[in-house]
Design a protein around this ligand. Sequence first.
Ligand code: DI6
Ligand code: FE
Length: 401
Amino acid sequence: MSKRLFTNASLATLVETGTPYGLIADGALVIDGDRIAWAGSAKDLPADWASLDGEDLGGRLVTPGLIDCHTHVVFGGNRAREFEMRLEGASYEEVARAGGGIVSTVGATRAASEDALLAAALPRIDALIAEGVTTIEIKSGYGLDRETELRMLRTARRIADQRPIRVRTSFLGAHAIPPEYKGRPDAYLDEVCLPALEAAHAEGLVDAVDGFCEGIAFSPEQIARVFDKARELALPVKLHAEQLSNLGGAALAASYGALSADHLEFLDEAGVKAMAASGSVAVLLPGAFYTLRETQYPPLELLRRHKVPVALASDCNPGSSPLASLLITMNMGCTLFRMTPEEALAGVTREAARALGLTDQGTLEAGKRADLAIWNVNHPAELSYRIGFNSLEKRIFGGSR
Ligand code: DI6
Ligand code: FE
Protein backbone atom coordinates (compact mmCIF):
# COMPACT_ATOMS: atom_id res chain seq x y z
CA MET A 1 0.00 0.00 0.00
CA SER A 2 0.56 3.55 0.24
CA LYS A 3 3.87 5.26 0.50
CA ARG A 4 3.56 9.00 1.02
CA LEU A 5 6.22 11.68 0.94
CA PHE A 6 5.77 15.05 2.64
CA THR A 7 8.16 17.81 1.66
CA ASN A 8 8.77 21.42 2.66
CA ALA A 9 7.86 20.62 6.26
CA SER A 10 9.11 21.88 9.58
CA LEU A 11 9.34 18.76 11.76
CA ALA A 12 9.01 18.95 15.54
CA THR A 13 10.26 15.39 15.90
CA LEU A 14 10.45 15.49 19.72
CA VAL A 15 13.42 13.18 19.38
CA GLU A 16 15.86 14.03 22.17
CA THR A 17 18.77 15.18 20.05
CA GLY A 18 19.67 18.25 22.06
CA THR A 19 17.94 20.51 19.51
CA PRO A 20 14.82 22.16 20.99
CA TYR A 21 11.69 20.22 19.96
CA GLY A 22 13.99 17.95 17.92
CA LEU A 23 13.21 20.54 15.26
CA ILE A 24 14.21 19.99 11.64
CA ALA A 25 13.47 23.16 9.66
CA ASP A 26 13.71 21.95 6.04
CA GLY A 27 12.28 18.55 6.69
CA ALA A 28 10.80 15.69 4.75
CA LEU A 29 8.87 12.72 6.03
CA VAL A 30 7.96 9.41 4.44
CA ILE A 31 5.08 7.17 5.48
CA ASP A 32 4.97 3.52 4.48
CA GLY A 33 1.60 1.99 5.34
CA ASP A 34 0.79 2.89 8.93
CA ARG A 35 4.39 3.64 9.96
CA ILE A 36 6.85 6.45 9.52
CA ALA A 37 9.54 5.12 7.20
CA TRP A 38 11.86 8.10 7.28
CA ALA A 39 12.00 11.60 8.82
CA GLY A 40 14.83 14.05 8.48
CA SER A 41 16.37 16.95 6.67
CA ALA A 42 15.16 17.22 3.04
CA LYS A 43 18.73 17.27 1.76
CA ASP A 44 19.33 13.82 3.28
CA LEU A 45 16.24 12.18 1.79
CA PRO A 46 17.33 8.81 0.39
CA ALA A 47 17.04 8.51 -3.39
CA ASP A 48 14.49 5.68 -3.34
CA TRP A 49 12.03 7.94 -1.50
CA ALA A 50 12.91 11.11 -3.41
CA SER A 51 11.25 9.71 -6.54
CA LEU A 52 7.82 9.65 -4.81
CA ASP A 53 5.32 12.32 -5.75
CA GLY A 54 5.62 14.54 -2.67
CA GLU A 55 2.91 16.52 -0.87
CA ASP A 56 4.31 20.05 -0.38
CA LEU A 57 3.38 21.26 3.12
CA GLY A 58 4.34 24.86 2.41
CA GLY A 59 6.66 25.03 5.41
CA ARG A 60 3.95 23.96 7.85
CA LEU A 61 4.80 22.41 11.20
CA VAL A 62 4.41 18.66 11.64
CA THR A 63 4.24 17.13 15.13
CA PRO A 64 3.43 13.65 16.34
CA GLY A 65 -0.33 13.20 16.77
CA LEU A 66 -1.25 14.48 20.24
CA ILE A 67 -1.89 12.01 23.05
CA ASP A 68 -4.28 12.74 25.93
CA CYS A 69 -2.96 10.34 28.56
CA HIS A 70 -5.47 11.00 31.39
CA THR A 71 -9.20 11.43 30.74
CA HIS A 72 -12.56 10.46 32.12
CA VAL A 73 -14.50 11.25 28.90
CA VAL A 74 -17.06 8.47 29.42
CA PHE A 75 -19.67 9.58 31.98
CA GLY A 76 -23.35 10.40 32.35
CA GLY A 77 -24.85 13.81 33.08
CA ASN A 78 -22.90 16.93 33.93
CA ARG A 79 -22.08 18.97 37.02
CA ALA A 80 -22.96 22.52 36.07
CA ARG A 81 -24.96 22.83 39.31
CA GLU A 82 -21.86 22.00 41.30
CA PHE A 83 -19.98 24.64 39.34
CA GLU A 84 -22.57 27.10 40.60
CA MET A 85 -22.19 25.80 44.17
CA ARG A 86 -18.45 26.28 44.11
CA LEU A 87 -18.98 29.82 42.84
CA GLU A 88 -21.24 30.34 45.84
CA GLY A 89 -18.29 29.40 48.04
CA ALA A 90 -18.31 25.61 48.56
CA SER A 91 -14.96 23.80 48.23
CA TYR A 92 -14.43 20.64 46.13
CA GLU A 93 -14.19 18.56 49.30
CA GLU A 94 -17.34 20.13 50.75
CA VAL A 95 -19.24 19.42 47.54
CA ALA A 96 -18.00 15.81 47.66
CA ARG A 97 -18.98 15.37 51.32
CA ALA A 98 -22.43 16.80 50.57
CA GLY A 99 -23.05 13.88 48.20
CA GLY A 100 -22.08 15.87 45.12
CA GLY A 101 -18.84 15.44 43.31
CA ILE A 102 -17.87 12.10 41.87
CA VAL A 103 -20.81 10.34 43.49
CA SER A 104 -23.37 12.49 41.66
CA THR A 105 -21.82 11.52 38.32
CA VAL A 106 -21.98 7.89 39.48
CA GLY A 107 -25.79 8.16 39.69
CA ALA A 108 -26.06 9.59 36.19
CA THR A 109 -23.61 7.06 34.76
CA ARG A 110 -25.37 4.07 36.32
CA ALA A 111 -28.62 5.32 34.79
CA ALA A 112 -27.14 5.60 31.28
CA SER A 113 -27.13 2.81 28.70
CA GLU A 114 -23.97 1.95 26.80
CA ASP A 115 -25.36 3.70 23.72
CA ALA A 116 -26.17 6.79 25.76
CA LEU A 117 -22.68 6.86 27.27
CA LEU A 118 -21.18 6.51 23.82
CA ALA A 119 -23.36 9.25 22.34
CA ALA A 120 -22.41 11.60 25.19
CA ALA A 121 -18.69 10.86 24.86
CA LEU A 122 -18.35 11.22 21.09
CA PRO A 123 -18.65 15.03 20.93
CA ARG A 124 -15.86 15.27 23.51
CA ILE A 125 -13.77 12.86 21.44
CA ASP A 126 -14.50 14.90 18.31
CA ALA A 127 -13.31 18.07 20.01
CA LEU A 128 -10.01 16.37 20.85
CA ILE A 129 -9.66 14.89 17.35
CA ALA A 130 -10.21 18.36 15.86
CA GLU A 131 -7.05 19.44 17.71
CA GLY A 132 -4.89 16.65 16.35
CA VAL A 133 -5.33 14.06 19.11
CA THR A 134 -4.71 10.53 17.82
CA THR A 135 -4.54 8.54 21.08
CA ILE A 136 -6.57 8.92 24.24
CA GLU A 137 -6.62 7.19 27.60
CA ILE A 138 -10.08 6.65 29.08
CA LYS A 139 -10.85 5.59 32.65
CA SER A 140 -13.78 3.86 34.25
CA GLY A 141 -14.60 4.97 37.80
CA TYR A 142 -18.08 6.47 37.59
CA GLY A 143 -19.81 3.12 37.89
CA LEU A 144 -18.46 1.81 41.18
CA ASP A 145 -20.52 -1.30 40.63
CA ARG A 146 -19.41 -4.20 38.52
CA GLU A 147 -21.92 -3.78 35.73
CA THR A 148 -21.41 -0.06 35.23
CA GLU A 149 -17.62 -0.21 35.47
CA LEU A 150 -17.65 -2.81 32.70
CA ARG A 151 -20.15 -0.78 30.68
CA MET A 152 -17.89 2.28 30.84
CA LEU A 153 -14.92 0.26 29.61
CA ARG A 154 -16.91 -1.34 26.80
CA THR A 155 -18.02 2.15 25.79
CA ALA A 156 -14.38 3.29 25.79
CA ARG A 157 -13.42 0.39 23.51
CA ARG A 158 -16.33 1.19 21.15
CA ILE A 159 -15.04 4.74 20.73
CA ALA A 160 -12.09 3.31 18.82
CA ASP A 161 -14.50 1.61 16.39
CA GLN A 162 -16.54 4.77 15.90
CA ARG A 163 -13.74 7.26 15.43
CA PRO A 164 -10.17 7.29 14.04
CA ILE A 165 -8.48 7.32 17.41
CA ARG A 166 -6.52 4.84 19.53
CA VAL A 167 -7.97 4.18 22.99
CA ARG A 168 -6.12 2.92 26.06
CA THR A 169 -8.35 2.00 28.98
CA SER A 170 -7.70 2.26 32.71
CA PHE A 171 -9.80 0.50 35.33
CA LEU A 172 -10.54 3.08 38.05
CA GLY A 173 -12.86 1.14 40.33
CA ALA A 174 -10.97 2.68 43.26
CA HIS A 175 -12.10 6.20 42.35
CA ALA A 176 -14.61 6.85 45.14
CA ILE A 177 -16.61 4.94 47.71
CA PRO A 178 -20.17 4.50 46.42
CA PRO A 179 -23.03 5.56 48.73
CA GLU A 180 -24.04 1.95 49.45
CA TYR A 181 -20.57 1.30 50.92
CA LYS A 182 -20.21 4.59 52.80
CA GLY A 183 -17.74 4.09 55.67
CA ARG A 184 -16.87 0.57 54.43
CA PRO A 185 -14.16 1.09 51.82
CA ASP A 186 -12.51 -2.29 52.38
CA ALA A 187 -15.80 -4.09 51.92
CA TYR A 188 -16.26 -2.15 48.66
CA LEU A 189 -12.84 -3.29 47.49
CA ASP A 190 -13.49 -6.93 48.42
CA GLU A 191 -17.03 -7.22 47.17
CA VAL A 192 -17.06 -4.93 44.14
CA CYS A 193 -13.84 -3.33 43.00
CA LEU A 194 -11.47 -6.31 42.94
CA PRO A 195 -13.99 -8.77 41.43
CA ALA A 196 -14.98 -6.14 38.83
CA LEU A 197 -11.33 -5.69 37.91
CA GLU A 198 -10.95 -9.44 37.40
CA ALA A 199 -14.10 -9.57 35.29
CA ALA A 200 -13.09 -6.56 33.19
CA HIS A 201 -9.64 -8.02 32.65
CA ALA A 202 -11.12 -11.36 31.62
CA GLU A 203 -13.12 -9.50 28.98
CA GLY A 204 -9.99 -7.77 27.65
CA LEU A 205 -11.21 -4.37 28.76
CA VAL A 206 -8.27 -3.24 30.90
CA ASP A 207 -4.95 -1.83 29.73
CA ALA A 208 -3.93 -0.41 33.13
CA VAL A 209 -5.20 -0.07 36.70
CA ASP A 210 -5.69 3.34 38.33
CA GLY A 211 -6.84 4.58 41.73
CA PHE A 212 -7.54 7.77 43.66
CA CYS A 213 -5.37 7.97 46.77
CA GLU A 214 -6.81 10.78 48.88
CA GLY A 215 -8.57 11.54 52.17
CA ILE A 216 -11.92 11.65 50.34
CA ALA A 217 -11.18 8.40 48.49
CA PHE A 218 -8.79 5.51 49.28
CA SER A 219 -5.83 5.23 51.68
CA PRO A 220 -2.39 4.07 50.53
CA GLU A 221 -3.05 0.70 52.20
CA GLN A 222 -6.28 0.28 50.26
CA ILE A 223 -4.64 1.34 47.00
CA ALA A 224 -1.90 -1.23 47.68
CA ARG A 225 -4.57 -3.94 47.75
CA VAL A 226 -5.80 -2.84 44.31
CA PHE A 227 -2.24 -2.74 43.00
CA ASP A 228 -1.56 -6.23 44.37
CA LYS A 229 -4.48 -7.50 42.31
CA ALA A 230 -3.15 -5.62 39.26
CA ARG A 231 0.22 -7.28 39.76
CA GLU A 232 -1.43 -10.68 40.01
CA LEU A 233 -3.13 -9.97 36.66
CA ALA A 234 0.13 -8.58 35.19
CA LEU A 235 -1.47 -5.19 34.53
CA PRO A 236 0.49 -1.93 34.83
CA VAL A 237 -0.63 0.64 37.40
CA LYS A 238 -0.93 4.41 37.70
CA LEU A 239 -2.38 6.63 40.40
CA HIS A 240 -4.20 9.89 41.11
CA ALA A 241 -1.81 11.01 43.84
CA GLU A 242 -1.06 14.07 45.94
CA GLN A 243 -3.87 16.10 44.36
CA LEU A 244 -5.39 17.58 47.52
CA SER A 245 -2.92 16.42 50.19
CA ASN A 246 0.31 14.43 50.54
CA LEU A 247 -0.41 10.81 51.46
CA GLY A 248 2.70 9.38 49.81
CA GLY A 249 0.67 7.96 46.93
CA ALA A 250 3.29 8.72 44.28
CA ALA A 251 5.97 6.80 46.19
CA LEU A 252 3.53 3.92 46.67
CA ALA A 253 2.78 3.87 42.94
CA ALA A 254 6.50 4.05 42.18
CA SER A 255 7.10 1.01 44.39
CA TYR A 256 4.80 -0.90 42.01
CA GLY A 257 6.73 0.42 38.98
CA ALA A 258 3.81 2.66 38.01
CA LEU A 259 3.56 4.03 34.48
CA SER A 260 2.63 7.37 35.99
CA ALA A 261 1.48 9.30 39.01
CA ASP A 262 -0.95 12.06 38.17
CA HIS A 263 -1.95 15.51 39.58
CA LEU A 264 0.94 15.78 42.14
CA GLU A 265 0.36 19.32 43.45
CA PHE A 266 1.32 18.17 46.97
CA LEU A 267 4.22 15.92 45.91
CA ASP A 268 7.37 16.30 48.04
CA GLU A 269 11.01 15.60 47.20
CA ALA A 270 10.90 12.06 48.58
CA GLY A 271 8.03 11.32 46.21
CA VAL A 272 9.89 12.91 43.31
CA LYS A 273 12.95 10.76 44.03
CA ALA A 274 10.83 7.62 44.22
CA MET A 275 9.30 8.44 40.84
CA ALA A 276 12.72 9.13 39.35
CA ALA A 277 13.97 5.75 40.57
CA SER A 278 11.00 3.86 39.11
CA GLY A 279 10.89 5.79 35.83
CA SER A 280 7.27 6.77 36.44
CA VAL A 281 5.98 9.75 34.47
CA ALA A 282 4.57 12.79 36.30
CA VAL A 283 1.26 13.62 34.59
CA LEU A 284 0.29 17.20 35.37
CA LEU A 285 -3.35 18.21 34.99
CA PRO A 286 -3.63 21.99 34.87
CA GLY A 287 -7.34 21.86 33.95
CA ALA A 288 -8.14 20.50 37.42
CA PHE A 289 -5.74 22.95 39.07
CA TYR A 290 -7.48 25.79 37.24
CA THR A 291 -11.05 24.61 37.87
CA LEU A 292 -10.46 24.03 41.58
CA ARG A 293 -8.51 27.30 41.82
CA GLU A 294 -5.77 25.33 43.52
CA THR A 295 -2.95 27.43 44.94
CA GLN A 296 -0.42 24.66 45.60
CA TYR A 297 1.77 24.18 42.52
CA PRO A 298 3.16 20.83 41.39
CA PRO A 299 6.92 20.78 42.11
CA LEU A 300 8.10 21.31 38.54
CA GLU A 301 11.60 22.42 39.55
CA LEU A 302 12.12 19.23 41.60
CA LEU A 303 10.75 17.08 38.80
CA ARG A 304 13.19 18.70 36.40
CA ARG A 305 16.10 18.40 38.80
CA HIS A 306 15.50 14.68 39.34
CA LYS A 307 14.79 14.14 35.63
CA VAL A 308 11.28 12.80 36.09
CA PRO A 309 9.53 12.87 32.69
CA VAL A 310 6.56 15.25 32.74
CA ALA A 311 3.39 14.74 30.69
CA LEU A 312 0.32 16.95 30.41
CA ALA A 313 -3.28 15.80 30.05
CA SER A 314 -6.78 17.26 30.01
CA ASP A 315 -8.23 15.14 32.88
CA CYS A 316 -11.47 15.72 30.92
CA ASN A 317 -14.19 14.94 33.48
CA PRO A 318 -17.52 16.46 34.51
CA GLY A 319 -16.35 17.81 37.86
CA SER A 320 -12.83 19.04 38.37
CA SER A 321 -11.83 19.51 34.72
CA PRO A 322 -14.62 19.93 32.17
CA LEU A 323 -11.94 20.54 29.57
CA ALA A 324 -11.82 18.88 26.16
CA SER A 325 -8.80 20.70 24.73
CA LEU A 326 -5.16 19.66 24.80
CA LEU A 327 -4.13 22.99 23.25
CA ILE A 328 -5.64 24.88 26.18
CA THR A 329 -4.05 22.31 28.51
CA MET A 330 -0.67 23.15 26.96
CA ASN A 331 -1.26 26.85 27.42
CA MET A 332 -2.25 26.27 31.06
CA GLY A 333 0.83 24.10 31.61
CA CYS A 334 2.96 27.05 30.53
CA THR A 335 1.04 29.95 32.06
CA LEU A 336 -0.03 28.29 35.33
CA PHE A 337 2.83 25.83 35.95
CA ARG A 338 5.62 27.72 34.14
CA MET A 339 6.44 24.83 31.83
CA THR A 340 8.27 25.79 28.67
CA PRO A 341 6.35 25.40 25.37
CA GLU A 342 8.85 22.68 24.52
CA GLU A 343 8.00 20.79 27.73
CA ALA A 344 4.29 21.29 27.01
CA LEU A 345 4.56 19.83 23.51
CA ALA A 346 6.72 16.94 24.73
CA GLY A 347 4.13 16.48 27.50
CA VAL A 348 1.31 15.76 25.04
CA THR A 349 3.44 13.64 22.69
CA ARG A 350 6.63 11.85 23.75
CA GLU A 351 5.99 11.87 27.51
CA ALA A 352 2.28 11.13 27.18
CA ALA A 353 3.19 8.06 25.13
CA ARG A 354 5.62 7.06 27.87
CA ALA A 355 2.89 7.54 30.49
CA LEU A 356 0.76 5.02 28.60
CA GLY A 357 3.63 2.58 28.06
CA LEU A 358 3.42 3.11 24.29
CA THR A 359 6.85 2.73 22.69
CA ASP A 360 5.71 3.21 19.08
CA GLN A 361 4.21 6.69 19.37
CA GLY A 362 5.03 10.19 20.49
CA THR A 363 7.96 11.10 18.23
CA LEU A 364 8.56 11.51 14.51
CA GLU A 365 11.10 8.85 13.62
CA ALA A 366 11.34 5.76 11.48
CA GLY A 367 9.33 2.84 12.82
CA LYS A 368 6.84 4.92 14.82
CA ARG A 369 3.16 4.98 13.99
CA ALA A 370 2.22 7.40 11.23
CA ASP A 371 -0.02 9.47 13.52
CA LEU A 372 0.71 13.10 12.68
CA ALA A 373 -0.66 16.57 13.22
CA ILE A 374 0.05 19.24 10.62
CA TRP A 375 -0.32 22.81 11.84
CA ASN A 376 -0.66 26.24 10.27
CA VAL A 377 2.10 27.67 12.42
CA ASN A 378 5.73 28.55 11.83
CA HIS A 379 7.12 27.64 15.22
CA PRO A 380 6.03 25.00 17.77
CA ALA A 381 5.80 27.55 20.61
CA GLU A 382 2.72 28.93 18.82
CA LEU A 383 0.78 25.80 19.81
CA SER A 384 1.04 26.66 23.51
CA TYR A 385 0.90 30.42 23.11
CA ARG A 386 -2.58 30.94 21.69
CA ILE A 387 -5.71 30.46 23.77
CA GLY A 388 -8.87 29.13 22.14
CA PHE A 389 -7.45 29.09 18.63
CA ASN A 390 -6.99 25.88 16.75
CA SER A 391 -4.20 25.94 14.16
CA LEU A 392 -4.65 22.36 13.00
CA GLU A 393 -4.45 22.03 9.21
CA LYS A 394 -4.72 18.27 8.94
CA ARG A 395 -4.45 15.14 11.00
CA ILE A 396 -3.03 11.85 9.76
CA PHE A 397 -4.06 8.71 11.58
CA GLY A 398 -2.31 5.43 10.89
CA GLY A 399 -0.89 6.82 7.66
CA SER A 400 -4.20 7.82 6.14
CA ARG A 401 -6.57 10.79 5.85
N1 DI6 B 1 -9.36 13.45 40.49
C1 DI6 B 1 -9.85 14.21 39.53
O1 DI6 B 1 -9.45 15.29 39.19
C2 DI6 B 1 -11.00 13.54 38.94
N2 DI6 B 1 -10.97 12.28 39.60
C3 DI6 B 1 -10.03 12.29 40.51
O2 DI6 B 1 -9.80 11.34 41.22
C4 DI6 B 1 -12.24 14.28 39.29
C5 DI6 B 1 -13.45 13.47 39.12
C6 DI6 B 1 -14.71 14.24 39.37
O3 DI6 B 1 -14.74 15.27 40.07
O4 DI6 B 1 -15.74 13.78 38.84
FE1 FE C 1 -8.48 12.19 36.86
